[in-house]
Design a protein. Structure first.
Length: 344
């Protein structure tokens, strides 16, 4: 057995790489990735010869790993013959089995979607007890391209670059982009994938129902997300983020009829109810708004925000800024004109 102090660490990294079915690694790739991980962990790097010896060692006692060698585009690649094999196998405790069963039952809402059939295989392989679901999430089984959810989930978890073909609802023109996917997010019963364009690294968002085709590009190196993508959602309602727009404070009044809904389910994490002197000043300024309460939120205006504010009808009145107030007024006026035209 190699005497290097970091030998076990190298085996761990090699074990992960040899199990990977989404990328093709030759001995140079394995050496490079191992050394990157070793450097990150403050271990000394090693030579390609050392990695070759490590792989040979894994093929003999006590591991007896079956490692296959094959050629892809001229590269002599290596991987485990059995993708589920690992030299670090460990039996689950009873508590771990129960916990895993609950997790699978929760995620089981995605049953039937492509690439999520591994959930049932995992349950069967581990001989986990079938348990009833105790959590239910909103799900639209008729959503177009819902089968892509599992596919893209698989690509993100395995850090695979994609070539995406997409088409907006407003046009028949199809466009393509090389895309580094980072996150799947659900909003308003639609699924969206967030990631970066390969050329300019701009963070983009695509609705799954507008994707025409996706193609894996394992030959393109995957780049990690350069930002905390979740911070973007702190400044918006929904999924649309405008890089060139500033955060604005939106002041609105809510009637007694809808106040309970707004109070217990804020429109945005910044929502604040106005009280005391500020409330008195607003009631003096807007005497026609009886009872109810005044609120503010601070976020970047977008389509989803305006749509959300509009859904409350006359029970929610935007007082400022004027741009949002005007947009909602125009929508209401157009609706009124359309309805009046139908009723004449």
């Amino acid at each position: 057995m190699p005497s290097n102090k970091n030998a076990l660490t190298r085996y761990k990294y090699l074990d992960e790489l040899l199990s990977d079915r989404h990328h093709y690694y030759d001995i140079k790739d394995l050496t490079r990735y191992c050394n990157e991980r070793l450097a990150e962990a403050d271990f000394p790097t090693v030579t390609q010869r050392c990695i070759e010896k490590d792989i040979r060692y894994l093929e003999f006692d006590p591991f007896f790993a079956e490692i296959e060698r094959f050629r892809i585009d001229g590269k002599k690649c290596l991987r485990y013959k059995n993708p589920s094999y690992s030299i670090f196998r460990k039996e689950l405790t009873t508590e771990e089995r129960h916990l895993l069963s609950e997790v699978i039952s929760t995620i089981g809402q995605f049953d039937g979607l492509a690439n999520f059939d591994w959930l049932e295989r995992l349950r069967e392989d581990l001989k986990l007890e079938e348990r009833p679901k105790i959590i239910s999430f909103s799900n639209n089984p008729y959503l177009r391209n819902s089968n892509l959810l599992g596919v893209i989930f698989d690509y993100i978890s395995n850090k695979v670059v994609l070539k995406i073909t997409y088409r907006k609802f407003s046009t028949e023109e199809e466009k393509q982009i090389i895309f580094h996917p980072y996150l799947l997010k659900q909003y308003n019963n639609r699924w969206y994938v967030f990631g970066a364009a390969d050329d300019d690294k701009q963070i983009l968002c695509f609705a799954l129902d507008r994707l025409v085709n996706i193609e894996a590009c394992p030959q393109i190196p995957y780049e990690e997300c350069p930002i905390d993508i979740f911070e973007r959602f702190e400044d918006i309602v929904g999924v649309t983020y405008y890089e060139n727009k500033a955060i604005e404070k939106i002041l609105f009044w809510v009637s007694e009829v809808s106040n309970g809904y707004i109070e217990t389910k804020p429109l945005h994490e910044s929502q604040t109810v106005l009280k005391n002197e500020t409330e008195e000043q607003l009631r003096a300024k807007y005497p026609t708004l009886k009872a109810g309460k005044f609120y503010t939120i601070s976020c970047i205006p977008n389509y989803e925000l305006v749509r959300l504010l509009t859904t409350f009808g006359k029970e929610l009145i935007v007082l400022s800024p004027k741009t949002i107030q005007d947009e909602i007024c125009n929508r209401v006026a157009e609706m009124l004109n359309d309805y009046n035209a139908l009723r004449t």
